[in-house]
Design a protein around this ligand. Structure first.
Ligand SMILES: C[S@@+](CC[C@H](N)C(=O)[O-])C[C@H]1O[C@@H](n2cnc3c(N)ncnc32)[C@H](O)[C@@H]1O
Length: 293
């Protein structure tokens, strides 16, 4: 990945040392295979890839800055979480209790960055560590074990500007945001579960009510950053956010290709899914929007 450089204050200028691998003809998403355009064969790809390095090790390398070796060991080891949960199940349709914001953040009036579907949480922790004292970070995640572990790690890292919530974002986002004492400066939805089958598309996280709640909840000038390694999912998310053009516009501070996808990652750090996908030769489709003042 090229060094990412930001030109706006919300996302600060950071560079990253990502490891880039050669192109391949497909990448795997769970049991699904996503086809990409490169003609390189699987065996060529396997030869081109450095044999000793595995994708989880790349994740550990990318997050080496977090400097907690035992965290990495644990991540590579025992924790077993279900690959997917059904966000439409009745047990996940109860809104979470709003926390006492003074309990979860040292300064609950700081601008908030919200990551929806935060997974392991390391992406947010990396950012929180760099921006302590100036921004708060909140991860919403529907798999409880990931939240418990992320909270443990955040405590070990002594971060007082990050909080993870076990929540179905579809159900709880609006309530959480409307009670937060500070402004909402950025919402990210990064590599959401693709739910490939047509009859499961309604399980996808980006749906009209959430998009409206995000758009309304953002501060003027606030941003939405979306990405996926699955073109169809990226297009689906984009369709929803593009439709908010009365309030939300593509952020022209960022360069994009002819199709309107960002040329590079503006965050300075890749998410775990992003690392896995790029390792498999996949492309990441990204968009960034800014709320009109
Ligand atoms: C493919 S993972 C991506 C994780 C991370 N963003 C990344 O890029 O590595 C998608 C995450 O979204 C979570 N998720 C799915 N539906 C959700 C929902 N309705 N509310 C909150 N989290 C959800 C999943 O549990 C999973 O951890």
């Amino acid at each position: 990945m090229a060094h990412a450089r930001l030109r706006i204050p919300i996302l600060s200028t950071i560079t990253t040392t990502a490891v880039k691998f050669s192109k391949t003809s497909f990448h795997v998403y769970g049991r699904h295979i996503c086809h990409c355009s490169s003609p390189v064969s699987v065996s060529q790809q396997q030869q081109q890839r450095q044999p000793q390095i595995r994708s989880p090790q790349l994740v550990a390398l990318e997050y080496a800055d977090l400097s907690i070796p035992h965290i990495v060991c644990e991540e590579l080891g025992a924790l077993r979480v279900r690959q997917h949960v059904n966000p439409l199940s009745s047990t996940l349709s109860i809104p979470v209790e709003v926390p006492d914001w003074n309990d979860v953040f040292e300064d609950p009036k700081l601008p908030l960055v919200m990551d929806i579907g935060s997974g392991s949480g390391r992406f947010l922790m990396w950012l929180a560590k760099r921006n302590s004292g100036s921004k708060n970070y909140m991860g919403l995640e529907i798999r409880k074990k990931l939240v418990t572990r992320a909270e443990t790690w955040a405590k070990e890292l002594d971060l007082s500007n990050i909080h993870f919530v076990f929540a179905n974002a579809t159900i709880s986002f609006k309530q959480l945001i409307s009670t937060y004492p500070g402004p909402l400066m950025l919402v990210s939805i990064l590599c959401p579960d693709p739910h490939f089958k047509k009859r499961h598309h309604k399980r996808r996280i980006v749906q009209q009510p959430l998009v409206e709640a995000i758009t309304d909840g953002l501060m003027p000038g606030g941003q939405v950053f979306i990405q996926s390694d699955v073109l169809e999912v990226a297009c689906d998310m984009r369709k929803y956010f593009d439709a908010e053009s009365a309030k939300l516009v593509f952020d022209s501070d960022f360069d994009c290709d002819n199709e309107g996808w960002l040329l590079s990652n503006p965050m300075g750090i890749r998410t775990e899914r992003e690392i896995h996908a790029e390792y498999e030769g996949g492309k990441i489709y990204r968009r960034i929007y800014r709320k009109l003042s």
